[in-house]
Ligand binder design. Structure first.
Ligand SMILES: [Zn+2]
Length: 246
């Protein structure tokens, strides 16, 4: 089975060596009912640098079966719970160049998305506003005004080079979605009723902006530092040539 470790994002193949799973029937229901059961899957990451355990569980209705005369069964369509227990939620690990307060809002929003979409949406909107303030240096009371100012900054060329028209178009696309979009004009502390699906769209936008804004700026800075280092190494390696340059 192909899978990607949620701790280190390393894609890999799971085998009997690093994967264990089982389906278990819970015999605690009245006679005549099919009852319920659960499945678990535990995986160990094969990346030596990581080695973390990932553990997920599904709890649901039980469907009895019969395979070659052997009593068997498995989980049916109805799932009471499904998801990763460890790590909890769907957050992607973020690099150090994302400001910790912004990354923290993102991680916590991912953790509580299923349990409380309202709280997750509030954190996610605050995270988005935090990025516009920190990265683009635009600070207004309402998110909608900040997005407008961001658009204007791109048009007049005063925005950071990493803020592309595509990334603002992506923010605009999310604005058109359900309750989150309808409340973009409100202060981020205004709590809105949303479902987990709407929050997922907002969190995916945030992940994309982490990469497009902070990630692109970081690669540019690293590239510039490499070029500067090569230039200074060359100068110190050839003192006569360096002199001739001057
Ligand atoms: Zn890993």
């Amino acid at each position: 089975m192909n899978w990607t470790c949620p701790h280190c994002q390393n894609p890999q193949i799971a085998s009997a060596e690093n994967q264990q799973s089982d389906t278990i029937y819970l015999g605690i229901v009245e006679n005549g009912h099919e009852g319920c059961g659960f499945e678990y899957t535990a995986l160990r990451c094969l990346n030596n640098q990581c080695g973390e355990i990932t553990f997920g569980i599904s709890l649901g209705d039980w469907v009895s079966g019969d395979i070659l005369g052997m009593q068997s069964g498995g989980l049916g369509e109805l799932r009471l719970w499904q998801g990763s227990i460890y790590p909890f939620g769907t957050a992607k690990p973020q690099p150090d160049y994302i400001p910790p307060v912004i990354a923290e809002d993102y991680y916590e929003a991912c953790k509580i998305k299923e349990l409380s979409p309202k709280a997750a949406a509030t954190l996610a909107r605050r995270c988005l506003q935090g990025m516009i303030r920190d990265f683009a240096g635009i600070s207004k009371g309402r998110l909608i005004d900040e997005i407008k100012a961001l658009n204007a900054a791109i048009k007049d060329g005063s925005a950071d080079r990493s803020i592309s028209e595509e990334s603002v178009a992506a923010i605009d696309a999310v604005r058109s979605i359900g309750n989150i979009g309808a409340h973009m004009e409100k202060d981020v502390n205004h709590i809105i009723a949303v479902d987990a699906g709407e929050v997922t769209v907002l969190l995916e936008l945030i992940e994309q902006l982490f990469e497009d804004w902070y990630g692109a700026r970081d690669s540019r800075q690293k590239r510039r530092a490499r070029v500067t280092k090569i230039a200074s190494d060359k100068k110190s390696a050839k003192p006569s040539a360096a002199k001739a340059d001057q």
